[in-house]
Each structure stands twice: as C-alpha cells, then as structure tokens.
Design a binder for this molecule. Structure first.
Ligand SMILES: [Zn+2]
Length: 103
C-alpha cells in the first residue's frame, strides 16, 4: 500500500517547484515517481494533429520523484506524514499523523 495515491493533493518539499501544491494524476511505482497537476512543467514541441490544431510549444507535466512530495492534509492545511491503520472492519486505511484524520 502506497502513502500517496492518484487523486491525492500533495505539496512539493524539494526542488524547483518547492511549496507548490497539486493533484496526483498518475503514479509510476516502479520508478517511485508521480505526475502532479501543474508541477514540474516542461516545454514540449507538439505536432499538429486532427485533435490539436494548434500544435507548437506546450507545457506538460514531467514525472517528479515521490521523495520530493508530501501528502497535503486539508484538515491541517499543511503537508503531513501519512500513517497506516486497520479499521474495525479490517480494511487498511491511511491517516494523517498530525490530526489523525483518516484519509
Ligand atoms: Zn491532518
């Protein structure tokens, strides 16, 4: 079970985009990286296609190391460490180590 999942809001704690927040779009567990909305943008040249008449240079997200990200707890309004717990019905769950809120 991973600490960070798709759809989570994370804050960047290291590197060029430090302190920025974004939503996890995709996770690459093999390389311990994630795509985060609006984070680690790189400019790419794109060819004109049927769907995309504009083409040209676009900004897209590049995967960023999970080590540079921290789960952002809306309750605490702060990046926090995530813990794991097993609920009464046996399902594994994550919780914020600061406010103990189940995520
Ligand atoms: Zn919290």
């Amino acid at each position: 079970m991973h600490k960070i999942r798709r759809g989570d809001i994370v804050q960047v704690i290291k590197g060029r985009d430090i302190d920025k927040k974004g939503k996890i779009l995709r996770i690459f567990p093999q390389v311990k990286k994630a795509l985060v909305e609006g984070i680690n943008l790189v400019k790419k040249h794109r060819r004109k296609t049927q769907q995309d008449q504009q083409g040209g240079i676009v900004s897209i997200e590049a995967p960023i190391s999970l080590a540079n990200l921290m789960f952002f707890c809306k309750n605490c309004d702060h990046p926090v460490k995530v813990g794991f717990t097993v609920l009464k019905d046996g399902t594994k769950s994550r919780f914020c180590k600061v406010c103990k809120e189940v995520i």
